[in-house]
Design a binder for this molecule. Structure first.
Ligand SMILES: CC(C)(COP(=O)(O)OP(=O)(O)OC[C@H]1O[C@@H](n2cnc3c(N)ncnc32)[C@H](O)[C@@H]1OP(=O)(O)O)[C@@H](O)C(=O)NCCC(=O)NCCS
Length: 185
């Protein structure tokens, strides 16, 4: 079996003393990641998901298709339990293949300890390694914590998409943000 490249693996101890590892997602992460997305969706309108979706099966096929399409999916485990996730999705078509779309979440108890930054740094390093020209993402404009993280990593605001996501509170705008990787080669 081939060893996981070190660029796709980080391990250590959280500020509260728990062992963590960030590593490529496996198919058997799907139930834990589906539960994590559901828990974050139940916190309020932080991500473009509503409680109850996606289910384990949908999450499992999503993980597989992201990798098959040339993307990245990394799982953060704390004490052996999925506690975070970052993915970079590649768009289909050669005219779009230079851009990767990032999505990230960290479980509520593990936030504020630098794990979100680690996940994003690994996604950015991977984007460089595979030759992407740009990473892009969409974030709710009131998600100050996520926006602060993205800006601190060099992402810039690129505009507002109006009424993009239908959430329980109504149709919400999304802020587009982008990080050029070709500027920093
Ligand atoms: C956004 C998220 C992934 C960040 O992960 P995290 O582990 O909490 O982030 P970190 O601890 O690495 O903090 C990174 C940066 O976030 C910002 N940040 C952290 N806590 C913050 C807070 N309470 N208020 C404002 N900014 C904060 C800071 O810029 C911080 O930088 P620092 O390292 O200089 O302190 C995480 O909070 C999360 O999953 N939130 C819910 C889901 C979500 O919003 N996902 C993104 C959708 S687009």
């Amino acid at each position: 079996m081939t060893a996981t490249p070190s660029a796709l693996r980080r391990e250590g101890t959280t500020p509260s003393g728990h062992a963590y590892v960030i590593r490529p997602s496996r198919d058997d992460d799907a139930p834990g990641l589906a539960a994590l997305i559901d828990a974050v969706a139940r916190e309020g309108e932080l991500i473009a998901a509503v409680p109850g979706e996606p289910g384990t099966l949908e999450q499992s096929s999503r993980l597989v298709s992201i990798v098959l399409e040339g993307g990245l999916t990394l799982t953060l485990e704390v004490d052996g339990v999925p506690a975070g996730h970052v993915l970079v999705q590649r768009r289909a078509g050669s005219h779009y293949a230079h851009v990767g779309e990032v999505a990230i979440l960290v479980s509520n108890p593990q936030r504020g300890g630098g794990l979100g930054r680690s996940l994003m740094e690994m996604a950015i390093a991977w984007g460089h390694a595979v030759g992407l020209a740009k990473l892009s993402l969409r974030v709710f404009p009131d998600n100050q914590r996520a926006i602060a993280l993205y800006r601190s990593l060099g992402f810039r605001d690129e505009g507002l998409v109006r009424g993009e996501v239908r959430m329980p509170s109504g149709d919400k705008d999304m802020l587009l943000m982008g990080l050029s990787l070709s500027d920093r080669a």
